[in-house]
Unconditional design. Structure first.
Lengths: 292, 292
């Protein structure tokens, strides 16, 4: 079908070549090739877990998980969180690529065992930590399956929200009606999927909070709270009443508040903890806020 | 930024409303709301596993998994595969939505235990079956983590290939250069990520085939073999030499050949097994082919 001229007048070439930046926010960090662009070792702190991340929704999933594990008494979940500035290309440094060959945050090095283990993709990190500590994911049975159903739902769905809706609504250099309509429709459908599920459940997979909530809330919970892409009114997020109730309940959890602050480089300075190396780091920030 | 007119002349409204089909292939099945559109119970066969699916890449992941389990001697993995015609809206029937509230194939009902367990999202189905049979996913340790890293990589990456590149290159009613460029660049980057990983590994997570391969091959392996979107030349897939080697090795596996046939409604009639209820169903098809 590609030799048929379209309304736009654009006919794709026989072979695509990388001729120009495609433009828009984040254009400078998008490339058609993988691998490192420069040699750079990563810092290593004192804790068993070394996290290299940024407080995007995918990053927040993992810092919320660590803070929830610590709040639940899993003292082995102490972590150093190092800032990866994706706008500066930190994710293309050789040390980072060794952990995550996909050059995306978050990336984790688990140094709690005899050999360091690399863990990449936020969903994989959540499962890895949940299994290590026996927390927020049942070990077996239907309850485990239901948590994983929703965790994988998030992984397969959020690209339509972030890489689709968010990009074309907020970041692309030109407003393309077809693309905005396409991804808006899908985003609203996804919000409705969540709303129906939460109509008779407290949390995504049942009565207990789980890694499914930690994965879904940073994207769809924060979207419902009007924090993503300035799109709350456009998506009419207030109409998803069960998502609203759930989003607010999770938002109020102290561990979630802490998790949101880690590796954060935007918003109020008092809410930005660029690196996290100790539980007391949050107290310092709280003190700043009280004195600020 | 949305009150600033863009080059396109399109300014998004304050609140999006569903006014018209967005057009293009699959337009009729895209909606901004979830839930069932009609009452319809699903058929149930004799085997422990009831699969409701279609031979898209996400469907093929699961039928390959079942066929590989059976080939490896896991006789408990017998399954009935029922056809879900997404163009006809079968995924919006009440019985299907009860299994997968997201109305996407594949959906699985595991009837091997005391209570039926619903499993949705292809990644979740792969993990569920792998853990049930202790196959294609190590039970613990770094090898398990590496398989899950790549499994989650697939879940988070393929929407850019299927919902992004495939849609704008092959299915959208108009060729939008910006969108095609954006998703082509990302698709080629993903192919390069795989190519680099496979440069010194036989399979995605190491020396052993795993659910990571079963997840990635139907999308990226078949893309590399020129079977997706007629885009082989456009993406210059031949240049990803390690992906080529891996894609061909997996393509040659008898269980993969069988898995590709199940719930298939396109291509050669002799390769279409609309429903699968018994191992002998494939033999009948082979006989058709020899006689055809």
């Amino acid at each position: 079908m590609n030799d048929m001229p379209s309304d736009s007048g654009y006919v794709p070439p026989k072979v695509w070549t990388w001729e120009k930046p495609s433009g828009g926010h984040f254009a400078s960090i998008n490339r058609p090739i993988a691998g490192p662009t420069h040699e750079k070792a990563l810092p290593v702190g004192k804790h068993p877990f070394q996290l290299y991340s940024l407080a995007t929704p995918n990053g927040v999933k993992v810092t919320v998980m660590f803070e929830e594990l610590l709040a639940a008494g899993h003292t082995g979940a102490e972590y150093d969180a190092w800032l990866i500035r994706i706008g500066d290309g930190d994710q293309f440094g050789s040390g980072f690529v060794d952990i995550n060959p996909n050059s995306k945050i978050p990336a984790l090095m688990d140094r709690s065992g005899p050999e360091p283990v690399r863990v990449f993709e936020s969903g994989s990190i959540l499962v890895h930590l949940a299994e290590k500590f026996g927390a927020f994911l049942p070990a077996s049975g239907p309850a485990r399956t239901e948590v994983l159903n929703w965790l994988f739902w998030q992984m397969g769905s959020a690209p339509y929200l972030g890489g689709g809706f968010g990009h074309f609504y907020a970041y692309a250099p030109v407003k393309i009606e077809y693309a905005i309509d396409r991804f808006t429709m899908e985003t609203k459908r996804q919000l409705d999927v969540l709303n129906r599920n939460l109509a008779d459940r407290r949390f995504m997979a049942g009565d207990e909070i789980s890694i499914a909530d930690f994965a879904i809330w940073p994207w769809y919970g924060q979207l419902a709270l009007g924090r993503q892409y300035g799109a709350g009114e456009f998506l009419d997020v207030e109409t998803y009443e069960h998502v609203q109730r759930w989003a607010k309940e999770i938002d109020a959890r102290p561990a979630v508040k802490r998790g949101r602050m880690v590796n954060r480089t935007f918003g109020e300075p008092s809410e930005q903890l660029h690196e996290r190396h100790d539980a007391s780091d949050f107290e310092t920030k709280t003190q700043d806020k009280l004195e600020g």
